[in-house]
Design a binder for this molecule. Structure first.
Ligand code: PMP
Ligand code: GLN
Length: 386
């Protein structure tokens, strides 16, 4: 694990605190989730839900997850045996990769990828096979030929994240069909990271890969309550998958954490049943924030690649005269009092992402406006060191 060091999110949040910068780096909201959900957690604690919950998750939550999948996507998962509650999507991803990969197996990842994927693959002794997402007319997408070329005889699984962090791409049905075809032809397990499933914009809808023909049986569908209900610190996630896969993941999970978060699990069960109107409002609100930050970034001189989902907007820094996003991100607190994430750290081949920087817009309007005001100085003769 030596190559992994400290995550870029921890590094950049510490930098923001140290320098008093506006933190548009790590993706977490600065407002709370639905009040009734928070009340439900407090009631659960007062009501004594303070001991180990069952290993697979509290029955109320597994039932609520199963109902939600059915109502939203028409996917039927048995709450007893096809749903497993995890400590965030992070544990779900790690436990799944550990469950399905033997040392030397390969896992296809779309780069730039969320940092925990590479770490999970390394923990399993497996090998990454990256496929690069590249902007085409301002939207990041992949070349199907490159995807096919990345799959070899030892390839066991593919991790598919849509809506995608850090690019904001929401995969289209046609793109998902390409992925599904490769999974079927090459007998791959699909591990889907759908933590931003509800956070899509401009009428774009998230399509779970498991809804495509033949995919439910080979997909471990992962999501989490952190983004949907603005409670990233609760770390209640889950997988939905056929019984053999769920059982394998649970075998690993029970030795990672066994179980966690009894009161939060009960509160999330409430939220999945009753707070989806709140989520619809959040989605609208985030779309407005996306546009607000994008306008500020454009005014500052960045080239903006607007996302269809997630918390994040990608920018190309070259119009400002910068070439290296990592250097710029490290200097941005001094140059402008703002912290952002250099996209290149999410690539196996950082050269493809060198000129991109990610900004988070899941923040109060005044925070976005303050960041935009500070960044406005960048285009006005700030030193070009990046
Ligand atoms: N996947 C993606 C794409 C993410 O952006 C994040 C971070 N929120 C996670 C997984 C981790 O989710 P959780 O906090 O539920 O572990
Ligand atoms: N998902 C969050 C992001 O991409 C960060 C989560 C973390 O700090 N590990 O910003």
């Amino acid at each position: 694990m030596r190559e992994f060091g400290t995550t870029v999110f921890a590094e950049m949040t510490a930098l923001a605190v140290r320098t008093g910068s506006v933190n548009l780096g790590q993706g977490f909201p600065d407002t709370d989730g639905p009040p009734a959900m928070l009340e439900r957690a407090i009631e659960a604690i007062r009501g004594g839900a303070n001991q180990y919950p069952p290993g697979p998750g509290v029955p109320e939550l597994r039932q609520a997850i199963s109902e939600h999948r059915k109502e939203h996507y028409g996917l039927a998962y048995d709450p007893d045996g096809e749903v497993l509650v995890t400590v965030g999507a992070t544990e779900a991803i790690a436990a799944t990769v550990l469950a399905v990969c033997e040392p030397g197996d390969e896992v296809v990842l779309f780069e730039p990828y969320y940092d925990s994927y590479a770490a999970a693959v390394a923990l399993a002794g497996a090998v990454r096979r990256p496929v690069t997402l590249r902007p085409v007319a301002g939207r990041f997408t992949f070349d199907p030929a490159e995807l096919r070329a990345a799959v070899g005889p030892r390839t066991r699984a593919i991790i598919v994240n849509s809506p995608h962090n850090p690019t904001g791409t929401v995969l289209t049905r046609a793109e998902l069909e390409e992925i599904a075809a490769v999974c079927a032809e090459r007998d791959l397990i699909a591990i889907t990271d759908e933590v931003y499933e509800h956070l899509t914009f401009d009428g774009v809808e998230h399509i779970p890969l498991a809804t495509l023909p033949g995919m439910r049986e080979r997909t471990v569908m992962i999501s989490s309550s952190g983004k949907t209900f603005s409670a990233t610190g609760w770390k209640v996630g889950w997988i939905c998958a056929p019984p053999a896969l769920t059982g394998a993941v649970q075998t690993v999970k029970q030795f990672l954490t066994f179980t966690a978060g009894a009161p939060w699990q009960l509160a999330v069960a409430h939220a999945l049943r009753h707070e989806l109107p709140w989520v619809a409002a959040l989605r609208q609100d985030l779309q407005t924030k996306r546009d607000r930050l994008a306008a500020g970034l454009r005014a500052a001189g960045f080239d903006v690649l607007p996302p269809s989902g997630t918390y994040f907007v990608q920018t190309d820094i070259r119009p400002l005269g910068f070439t290296d996003g990592l250097t710029l991100a490290r200097e941005l607190p001094a140059l402008a009092g703002v912290v952002a994430i250099p996209t290149q750290v999410f690539y196996d081949r950082p050269e493809y992402g060198r000129h991109f920087v990610r900004f988070a817009f899941c923040k109060k309007d005044e925070v976005i406006d303050e960041a935009a005001a500070r960044l406005a100085s960048l285009g006005k003769g700030a030193p070009r060191t990046g």
